[in-house]
Design a protein around this ligand. Sequence first.
Ligand code: APR
Length: 251
Amino acid sequence: MQIDKNLIEKLKASKSIVFFTGAGISAESGIPTFRGKEGIWNKLKPEELANFDAFLKNPELVWEWYNHRKKIIHQSQPNQGHIAIAEMQSALGGFPEVAVITQNIDNLHRRAGSKTVYELHGNIERNYCIKCRTFYNEELDFSKGIPKCKCGGLIRPDVVWFGEYLPENQFDASEKTAQNCDIFFIVGTSAVVYPAASLIFTAKQNKAYLVEINIEETEISNYADWSFYGEAGSILPQIINEIKKFHNNSH
Ligand code: APR
């Protein structure tokens, strides 16, 4: 795969880089995406599983679904895409600022060693009481049915459901980061879910160089300055190798 010299020059001149990721970056770890041919939402109804009213109506079904996803995630490992990004955040990458803004709840960026990770849609490893918002991050006990808080409230996963607001602190920090970055990578997302996808346009309006990495064209392909069509797990390591090359040559 040829890496455009413009992109290499941009990388060389960059101080702040953002990786905006979606379910596609975890596909090679065996975690199904939401849309597309094998997408989850082709088989299951988000209105029955990923919204608050559905949870109140049938918490057993919603928990069965999240425990099923958690099981798949716990059996999965970060792939070369997650690892390459973590490397770019480390001294190896040599960039002062590299942030991950993710729509994924699978915690794989953190498990790959990424430090600065903004989680727009929450994290499946956290849970909280819907009544008093006490957090429960240890494994929950389902032996006596749906876990309840000591206040009696139902405990839910700390993920953002359709119709819910994104966590303000995560979105605000993501917006600031998108406003001040030099390169904004868009990795493995269909870019159809808002307000997350609005960050792409925030970066564009602030003159960031947009680089898309996806197995196919998406809603935002026309806005990208450069697009790589292929698997994130093979493209991202190649980009980090290019970066290592010019860092080694400069020392
Ligand atoms: N490498 C790169 N891109 C890939 C790969 C891969 N190996 N496999 C799939 N893709 C791409 C698909 O072509 C698609 O464009 O990843 C994208 C996944 O899109 P979605 O399934 O729509 O996932 P995402 O964009 O993350 O969804 C956003 O929607 O359902 C909600 O809350 C959920 O966070 C999620 C949000």
